[in-house]
Structure formats: C-alpha cells, structure tokens
Ligand binder design. Sequence first.
Ligand code: FPP
Length: 243
Amino acid sequence: MAGIINNNEAGNIPRHIAIILDGNGRWAKKRGLPRNAGHLAGSETFRNIATYCKNIGVEYLTVYAFSTENWKRSEEEVGGIMRLLDKYLREAIRDMRKKEIRMSVFGDTSRLSPELQKLIAETNEISGSIEGFQANICINYGGRAEIVRAAEQYARDLAEGRAEGKLTEERFSDYMYSAGVPDPDLLIRPGGEQRLSNFLLWQCAYSEFYFTDVLWPDFDEAELDRAIAAFNMRDRRFGGVKK
Ligand code: FPP
C-alpha cells in the first residue's frame, strides 16, 4: 500500500531516520525460501523506503545492513548478502545522479572485498557532486567499535598536534562515521525484537524508538507513515522540562 503522507498532513517529518533491517530470515522461512531470498526482498524494501523517505522530505536514512557480528553466519548467507551489496552499489553508481541520492557507507570496510571497496569509493566520489537526500548503509558496522575507533583517531590527532586538548561532544562526533550527519530523530526496528544490537550507540542518545512486529521485507510506505505518526505523538524534551 502506498504511503499517505503529503506535505499538508505530514506533521513533523523526522530529519534523520535510522532503521535496523530485521526479519529477512523469518520472512523467507515462512515462505519455505532460502534465507538469502529474504535478504533480496529486504534490499528491495530498502530501495522503496529510501525513495519514499526522499519524497516526503526526510534528509537522511541510515540502515543497519551488516553488523560486525554477522560474519558468524554461514558462508553462503554472508556471500549472498555481499553479492546483494555489490549489485546494489553498482545500480546506485548508475542511478544516483539521476535520482539525486547521496550515499555513504558506515563501518570498517577494510574487511570487505577489494571490488566492494572500489564500489564504495566510487559512490563516495559521486556523492560529493550531489546535494540533498543521503542514504547511509552500515556494513561491517558496530557501535562500540565505532566509538573505540573514534577515540584512537582522536588520540593520534592529539599526539600529532592536529587536535585541541579540550575534547567536546561536538568535536568527538566528527570522529564518527556519521561526521556531519545530524543524530537520528527516529530509530525504527521491525522484526519484533526491542533492542539496539550495537547500532549507532553514540548517535541515538536522544532518538525516539519505534518497534514493530512487521518483518522488514513486508515494511512498506504505510508502515513508515505509522512510525512517523507515532514519532509525532512523542514529547521530545532532550532532558529538559516541557515549557
Ligand atoms: C537481518 O535479518 C538482516 C540482515 C543481517 C541483512 C540485511 C541485508 C540486506 C537487506 C541486503 C543488502 C542491503 C542493502 C541496504 C542493499 P535477519 O536475517 O537477522 O532476519 P531473522 O531475524 O528473521 O533471521
């Protein structure tokens, strides 16, 4: 079902939405299909939801596609996800200028194949010449690892005279993969689990969380509308007191 949000009834559109893509495996199992069929369906859902986000005025969409823990899955499943990412990035390189979608990959890409690393570098380069909506895909990403990496880089910059001695939250944010990207306003987890699973630990300090049992491949525009409607009912005080 198509989403119903238009600019008159939108309420507040979150500037940045983060989503944990969960439930692909169960979606496939329910249909007697291999797990990778669920990931394929999940990547198509990502494409639809990214387009919808752009159309309703979301500025940033960040998705958790592959965690540092996901290497524990079977070789077949990991290989299938990597092939999907390869296909997705190639299509993005072809279409992102026309669709005006910037892309960024968050995570330790050094463990990915040289081909994937090359495709990521290419999407980064193209993104530099595009303005507007940005999709961030987290691959080989872990929130704690991101914070440790940021601390190491800051320490190096400090030792080599490139950083000031007084570290602030703002300055430290610049060492995250998400440097320059505002924190997520809304974090969505489909698939029925209600946990963060090491996703955007630093960035989600004040995000509103929305959980749904819908499995990611079944997540559609109407579901996103529901998440945004729930977000608009929240009272965001950022630790302050309501005026
Ligand atoms: C979690 O569902 C999903 C993943 C670990 C992989 C997500 C990857 C993709 C959708 C493919 C590529 C992505 C993009 C953005 C192009 P699960 O397998 O843990 O589901 P389950 O909990 O039902 O087993």
